[in-house]
Write a protein that binds this ligand. Sequence first.
Ligand SMILES: C[S@@+](CC[C@H](N)C(=O)[O-])C[C@H]1O[C@@H](n2cnc3c(N)ncnc32)[C@H](O)[C@@H]1O
Length: 280
Amino acid sequence: MLSYRHAYHAGNFADVLKHLTLINILNYLTEKDKGCCYFDTHAGGGDYNLRSEYAQKNREYETGIAKLWLREDLPEAIAAYVNVIKAFTTSKQLTRYPGSPLIAQHLLREQDRLELCELHSTELHALKQSMFKDKRVRVWHEDGMQYTLKALPPKERRGLILIDPSYELKTDYAQIIKNLLVMVKRFSTGTYALWYPVIERARINKMERALVASNIKNILLVELGIRSDSLFKGMTASGMIIINPPFTLATKMHTILPWLAQELGEQGHGSYRNEMLVPE
Ligand SMILES: C[S@@+](CC[C@H](N)C(=O)[O-])C[C@H]1O[C@@H](n2cnc3c(N)ncnc32)[C@H](O)[C@@H]1O
């Protein structure tokens, strides 16, 4: 299958929340000197040209990063995200958007390492190009969930596993949770960040119920919606489920999410969630 190309979606409102969360977790992990690892199970191509035919097709970046790019009144935590994205562009214009591997590569240090998985051969090629000659990085043409499962627990015993599937099959929702539960069993102190799209709310409710019913503790859910849930409007919202989040994250999200819902929401229909699904 593998028809998904992230270039159509780069920089949209879902990427804003995903990458803002990613930056906050990596900044927290790198506060300590000890090295950490970063696994990106579904890495994508890494670097997106917003002038490309793909990005221009639906101009999805206009629902996200474009609304923040030139603002000078951003709350501090959102400005920190925009500044990371700006570090990849020399001009003042918004022409390029970095994917999760590039953002992580930018924020991680000499003592850290990155393991990136991508199945689509075109995306894999682009990813290898953008990671060129970085000794901290390994790129794998493998199923990201299976590869990461085998690699856990990591030798550093501290790290982030970003799980950002394209959900091309309806069965992916249940399968991802099943694999995530096994990962947490193998590496229970790791931080996990799972992205999800709200296309059909019932699928997300089911994922949440499965996580709550597991024995896993310390699960935070953050979500940003730009229009009301509907079966006919495509992706209305998206969220991140974070296991073992930095203890500062929920508090930060209390200022970030209402602001984003207000500014990115369509015609006053922005919404957000910031909930501990399971406490520590
Ligand atoms: C949502 S995109 C990733 C975007 C990226 N994480 C970012 O934030 O910039 C999902 C990617 O997963 C790839 N993919 C799909 N199934 C996969 C699998 N089983 N293992 C690894 N990659 C997969 C797709 O080709 C696609 O490039």
